[in-house]
Design a protein around this ligand. Structure first.
Ligand code: COA
Length: 290
């Protein structure tokens, strides 16, 4: 059981050789919980998603869901190691896709099993806020991991793309659907049909990323947002996330109706009264997260 500041986590983050999880307090002054930064750690393979990464990512999602004091998840990729003498430095990568070595010789049965109920869906289905912190290549499954997060913030040296077409494939971790929702039908077709890479500034212009900053500013920018979001009521955030998600599946009329129900239900939550009273008394809200 890990004790950090005044709070005790019910479960330590799962450990693995390919994913690291660091916990950061949301506030330096107050025990109001943590945000987790999960780093996919295979820099020599540009953090490609092999079976071990996918299993670990799923375990982290399950841990996040059951850890009440961990309020936001940041997802990132490890920076390249210093090159061995005489060797070329590897490029920066968020994730350069599914591990292509696992595709060689694989048939549909194997792939159906591997991609069924996969970790990218677990990330997408997480009830807590998620932020992709992208520094470098976000290709194929990497672009899809980013699209499965709620917010994407990228360094200006990042590149996005769905190059599966060059392998005789289409995206398999949801880009035909989630990338399309972010960038629209025409641009998604272009990306999936050409496999062309989209630089960060263009990714921002087409709605694929929320913010683009310098590599030096990236972590501070992302962590500041994780702290800002983490300081809100987890209960309200969960309801807000579910309701915005409904916009993807429901028609406008049904979606607005769903929002009306969710909005009204929040009036029975403790945090609504805490938030309203804090505003009226010019105090900081101390959420109960329910
Ligand atoms: N799966 C497995 N290994 C990968 C990988 C992937 N998706 N992407 C990169 N790697 C490995 C390379 O094989 C190489 O390993 P090695 O040094 O042991 O030979 C290492 O990562 C570095 O990649 P490299 O290709 O040498 O870097 P680069 O700077 O020349 O090119 C990319 C960078 C991203 C353009 C190139 O690696 C690439 O196209 N990767 C595949 C992207 C892709 O198609 N993704 C979708 C998969 S479905």
């Amino acid at each position: 059981m890990k004790k950090k500041r005044g709070l005790t986590l019910t479960m330590n983050p799962p450990e693995s050789d390919v994913i690291k999880v660091d916990l950061h307090p949301i506030s330096e002054d107050d025990d109001i919980g943590f945000f987790a930064c999960m780093t996919i750690d295979r820099p020599d393979k540009l953090n490609a998603l092999n079976a071990e990464v996918m299993a670990s990512l799923k375990a982290v999602c399950a841990w996040m869901e059951s850890s009440d004091d961990v309020r936001v998840l940041v997802v990132t990729g490890a920076a390249p190691k210093a090159p061995l003498e005489g060797k070329r430095a590897k490029p920066h990568a968020f994730v350069a896709g599914a591990d292509i070595t696992e595709f060689a010789g694989a048939g549909s049965g194997v792939i159906r099993e591997k991609f069924r109920d996969n970790a990218v869906e677990a990330l997408w289905n997480l009830s807590k806020p998620t932020i992709a912190m992208v520094d470098g290549f976000a290709l194929g499954g990497g672009c899809e991991v980013a699209c499965s997060c709620d917010v994407r913030i990228a360094s200006n040296r990042s590149t996005f793309g769905t190059p599966e077409i060059n392998l005789g494939l289409i995206p398999g971790y949801g880009a035909t659907q989630r990338l399309e929702r972010l960038v629209g039908y025409g641009k998604a077709h272009e990306m999936i049909m050409t496999g062309d890479m989209v630089p960060a500034d263009e990714a921002q212009r087409i709605g694929l990323v929320n913010h683009v900053v310098s590599p030096e500013e990236l972590e501070d920018t992302v962590f500041a947002m994780a702290r800002r979001i983490g300081s809100k009521s987890s209960h309200t955030l969960r309801v807000g996330k579910q309701t915005v998600r409904a916009a993807l599946d429901e028609g406008l009329t049904d979606g607005v109706e769903l929002e009306a129900v969710a909005f009204a239900n929040l009036f029975d939550s403790e945090d609504k009264e805490i938030g309203v009273q804090a505003f009226l008394n010019r105090e900081t809200a101390r959420w109960k997260h329910r």
